[in-house]
Design a protein around this ligand. Structure first.
Ligand SMILES: [Fe+2]
Ligand SMILES: [Fe+2]
Length: 250
């Protein structure tokens, strides 16, 4: 049986605006779980997180999320995550969880991730301490993702990030900012674990589908890219671990 994974990121909820709860209210009719790929709030305040939590109240399928850079902007990322956890979401940062979908184990490992770029235009840990700290943040985030993926025993293995693990889903964004949208180390973590698919947000002007260097199908679910309240990825567990590009359709 296929697993239907709804996913969206970059909803950037403020204290006023569109009622996402209404847009998500029928989600459980055609999805088995919902992934939230970060930037759930505008500036990472508890008040904004409470608006997201109210929208989640009507979602009856399991919800798994990561924070984005906007969600940590005011320094209250832990509080934002706590509000969403209280609303029933499982918020991941260097951790994983397994969801049973009619006997199929869907493992999700998540991190916010970080920038740093991709081969040919990536940052190097040389020179100023600030540049070394920048590269270290990317490396440690990727290591946390790799560790979380390695701990999961699942039929469908999903890597959930805010930042991108490959260039393909950044097509459409100016090349000059690719180093701020993702990093190759995340892609190495996804590939090293043999994940079946990767999901991220952050690249508002990027492309919907790409692949890591190792060929893992990667989906940019930033809401401006989707132009919809969410997308649904259909995964065929029987094809996972093999021809991964054929295992997932959107
Ligand atoms: Fe965003
Ligand atoms: Fe972002």
């Amino acid at each position: 049986m296929s697993v239907r994974i709804a996913a969206v990121g970059d909803i950037h909820v403020g204290t006023s605006g569109t009622d996402l709860g209404e847009l998500w209210s029928s989600l459980d009719a055609h999805a088995d779980l919902l992934l939230l790929a970060g930037d759930l709030t505008k500036c990472g305040t508890v008040e904004e997180a409470e608006v997201v939590a109210r929208a989640l109240a009507g979602v009856r399928v399991p919800v798994v999320g990561v924070l984005g850079n906007h969600d940590v902007h005011t320094g209250h990322g832990a509080a934002v995550a706590a509000v969403l956890e209280q609303a029933g979401a499982t918020m991941l940062e260097g951790a994983g969880c397994t969801i049973d979908v009619a006997g199929t184990r869907v493992g999700v490992a998540g991190v916010k991730g970080f920038g740093g770029g991709f081969p040919g235009s990536s940052c190097a840990d040389f020179g100023e301490p600030e540049m070394k700290a920048f590269v270290h943040a990317a490396r440690s985030s990727a290591a946390a993702l790799a560790g979380a993926l390695a701990q999961l025993d699942a039929d469908v293995l999903v890597a959930l990030m805010h930042y991108a693990p490959c260039r393909g889903t950044l097509v459409g964004e100016p090349e000059g900012i690719h180093a701020f949208l993702g990093c190759y180390q995340l892609g190495e973590a996804v590939d090293g674990a043999g994940a079946d698919l990767a999901v991220h947000g952050h690249a508002h002007a990027g492309s919907r589908r790409g692949a890591t260097e190792g060929g893992v199908p990667t989906f940019n679910v930033a809401r401006p890219v989707l132009a919809a309240p969410y997308t649904v990825l259909t995964v065929d567990p029987k094809r996972c671990g093999g021809r991964r590009d054929e295992a997932v359709t959107q």
